[in-house]
Every structure is written in C-alpha cells, then in structure tokens.
Design a protein around this ligand. Sequence first.
Ligand SMILES: [Zn+2]
Ligand SMILES: [Zn+2]
Length: 231
Amino acid sequence: MRLTNLYCVLCGCPCPDPDRIICEACMTKLTSTMIPYQFTTYCPLCGMPEFSREIDCIRCHGIDEYGMRIYSLFKYSGYAKELIRLYKFSGCKELAYLIAQLIFSFADDVVKRPVVFVPVPCSHSSFIKRGWDQMSIICMWLRRFGCAICECIRRSTTSKELKHMKRSQRTHIKEDSWIQLKENSQTVFDDNVTYILLDDVLTTGSTLKACKSLLDTYGVKQIVGLTIAMD
Ligand SMILES: [Zn+2]
Ligand SMILES: [Zn+2]
C-alpha cells in the first residue's frame, strides 16, 4: 500500500518501504516516547500514568474530575508534537494511517474489550479552516482495521462562533448544549462495550468531559477517553 511519496514525512530521509510513512529510525524514536501504560501503574480516577504511588496524581490530584480514565499515547512534545503538527496543520493526511495503527494497538493492549470508538468532532471553525476533520479520517482507517466506530456526537456552534452568524441562522442553535447526539443517530449503547472517546490533544479535558456527560445522559456504562497526546 503506497500511501505517500518515497521520503519519510518526519525527517525527509529516503523511505522506500511502501508500507511506511515514516522511516524506521523515526518510528523507533516515536514509539520510544509513547507513555508505557503496559509497564506502569496509572491513576484509577483519571488514567494519568503514575510513576510513584507515594505522590498524588499530578493531573487530578485524587479528585474524580473527569469521571473516567483518559489515556494518551504521548506527551505533547518532541516527535509526537511534530507528528500532530504535520498531520493537523500541514495537511499531511497520510499520517492518519500511522496514528490509527498506534491507536489500534494501544486500545487492543490496554482497554477492556469489546470497544467502540467514538470520535470527538473538531470545531466548526477548524473544519472551515482545514476542510476536514482529523479524527474522522483516523476513524476511517480504524474502520478498515476492523474496529467499530460510532460517529454519534456533533458539535453545535459555540457562542464565540455565533457572533459571526446571521440572526436567521442563529435561531436554530441552542447555545447551552454545544455537544449533542446527532439527530439521525439511531445509537443503542451496549452495557458490555467500552466506548472510547477519541480526541487529538488533551489540554483541559473539558471537551472530553462534555462528551462523557452527554453519553452519561444516554445511560452509557463504560466510557474511557483516548487522545493522541496530552499537554
Ligand atoms: Zn524519518
Ligand atoms: Zn488522576
């Protein structure tokens, strides 16, 4: 499967293997910076890796703020940050394949099966700027790998974006609920399935929290968050 040109998209070195988007050296460097969930313990409340049981969780400080575990493949720095920058902001969509592979093997190793991926949609302004949704393309690959995907969440327009809309357009928008279930989504949530809310970068966690609350209102029992990186 030739997905890109013959050069590594991260370092620019020749990369003649048709199954690789980045060269072997970059792949080794990238995967060596993944958060080692398999070998470390993590906070039972928020999923943050804990390198010492003696110290309080540095993210949630022992307070069940998110109501779910949030896993991240990487810290938002170094190679991973460059990977996300190239993918999201330089339009290197081929990287979706690589990111989907990493997500697939991570979920397979760490999250209780069966799983369904629920992508968090990007904001309207990002969609207009870029013309595509970064998590949606990753999910397209996950689907090809045989994963179940449920694209049931939509974003309504935020109040910031409302300012730029005409009055006639505004009447259809409920300002209080910016994360909603798609109207046509005939989703029946299964109690035995772990629903993985999938987003790119975890900063405050407020988007994931809003998505979790939404799924809670539909009685979803098992929810975790998974992001490519955490800031
Ligand atoms: Zn490279
Ligand atoms: Zn925590």
